[in-house]
Design a protein around this ligand. Structure first.
Ligand code: ADP
Ligand code: 5GP
Length: 210
């Protein structure tokens, strides 16, 4: 029914499994995941243009200055930002776009796109969060502790989100996420064009034109 693409913002504590969830969701369903720019270094196995556009601070600041980002934020010492052109193009084509970004960015997106759907991904508990962060093995214990400290600040913003998505069983989490996004297509705010068309048809019928 809906022709407009749904813009979904996915946030959550570092180590909650957002990246894992996105990968599994995209494998099964047709979503466009926006690739962010960042100044952090690539992790082993990450590629420029696939997980992120890895930029220097100068390159990133030039993107800010030239208005090429929808939003940007600093997270544990690095810049992260969402390229504008890709997101706007895909939404205009009617594609469902997902941004996997942290909370400050999510709240900025909500200001710019009031119809955006905000999902907060969390593990079932914080002991599991720490063991996922340690188990991932990509950050030093110092960075892990910084990310956990950041998580306790982020928890204060969970109530600004539309849905809490618990990532316990991954397959279940993929289905829940997909269902929540699909439901969004039926919202009145997503179907303004349809409502206008039906109203115009009714008017034409009343006037005897059809
Ligand atoms: P984020 O992108 O939120 O920082 P990741 O996707 O990198 O988190 O996941 C962190 C770690 O947790 C990874 O090692 C990943 O394999 C693991 N993980 C993700 N989802 C689950 C899950 N549902 N059950 C168990 N482990 C998970
Ligand atoms: P990581 O370094 O683990 O890949 O990401 C760190 C944090 O930055 C995560 O919470 C992730 O969601 C967030 N992030 C990734 N891309 C963007 C972005 O474009 N904008 C904002 N605001 N945050 C982002």
């Amino acid at each position: 029914m809906s022709k407009k693409g749904v813009l979904t913002v996915v946030s959550g504590f570092s180590g909650a499994g957002k990246g894992t969830l996105m990968k599994a969701l995209l494998k099964k369903y047709d979503y466009e995941l926006s690739i962010s720019a960042t100044t952090r270094s690539p992790r082993e196995g990450e590629e420029h243009g696939r997980e992120y556009f890895f930029l220097t601070r100068e390159e990133f600041e030039s993107m800010i200055e030239t208005g090429k980002l929808i939003e940007w934020a600093e997270y544990v010492g690095n810049y992260y930002g969402t390229p504008k052109e890709y997101v706007e193009q895909r939404l205009n084509e009617g594609k469902d776009v997902i941004l996997e970004i942290e909370i400050q960015g999510a709240l900025k997106v909500r200001e710019i796109f009031p119809d955006a759907l905000l999902l907060f991904v969390t593990p079932p508990n914080i002991t599991e969060l720490k063991s996922r962060l340690v188990g991932r093995g990509t950050e030093s214990m110092e960075t892990i502790m910084k990310r956990l400290a950041r998580a306790s600040e982020e928890a204060n913003f969970m109530e600004h989100y539309d849905y809490i998505i618990v990532n316990d069983d991954l397959d279940e989490c993929v289905e829940t996420t997909h269902q929540v996004i699909m439901n969004e297509h039926y919202k009145v705010s997503q179907n303004k064009n349809f409502i206008e068309a039906i109203t115009a048809e009714l008017k034409a019928m009343k006037e005897g034109a059809i």
